[in-house]
Design a protein around this ligand. Sequence first.
Ligand code: KIV
Length: 275
Amino acid sequence: MSTPPRQKRFTPADIGALKGVRPIVSLTAYTTPVARIMDNHCDLLLVGDSLGMVLYGLDTTVGVTMEMMIAHGQAVMRGAKRACVIVDLPFGSYQESKEQAFRNAVRLMKETGCDGVKLEGGAEMAETVEFLVSRGVPVFGHIGLMPQQVNTSGGYRSKGHSEAEQDKIRRDAKAIDEAGAFAMVIEGTVEPLAREITTTVKSATIGIGASPACDGQILVSDDMLGLFNEFKPRFVKHFAELANVIDKAVSDYAEEVKARTFPGPEHTFQVRPKK
Ligand code: KIV
């Protein structure tokens, strides 16, 4: 009997090595059953702090806690056997000092079993990234539009429309790359700049609203599945309309309960005949 090939989990280094080989496929994941489905198709699953908005109904990601990230990180790790799993460090868990970042990154890795952490920030976080990487924590960077900074950066508008903004993002990319991030999300950034960064950094660039020029793509899963419809940024494509599917299923259920056609005989227990 032949043994099936071992389904080895992608490591952060494997993800970095895909740069220039083929596009890297990634999505956010938050639960075991969805991670199990995505695991067959994605190289990397991100337990993003976007869960605060899409699962918990928060207005921004600022209120997300370490406990939320740990619970969902554990859930995703139970479902993903092949994809590299990265968990976001939430707002306030890493910006204070590199020691605080290390403590919380290690907590995420030990308590979830994930493969690395993601943090938002450019040049100002480079020392922290270097501190983490040199001590065994793989880091996924995040530059361009940074949702955790929404309260100081003027909202969710796309970046790189002025020379000054382009210079800043360029410097951020270089700093995070040199600090050792295996990959970096480039979010909401104009195409020519995303292309230039992709060709100049060693790290793999994963775009969300940053054009097809990036080394890979990521979307918030609830956005691409058509589950989170409060707003639809330009860069989101609905690959399904799950909100409509759920609405129809729940409406059918309500009708059948009211009409007493559900549960039917096939869903109902009767006393077993005596043997
Ligand atoms: O939290 C998240 O889902 C993210 C993606 C948008 C990349 O950071």
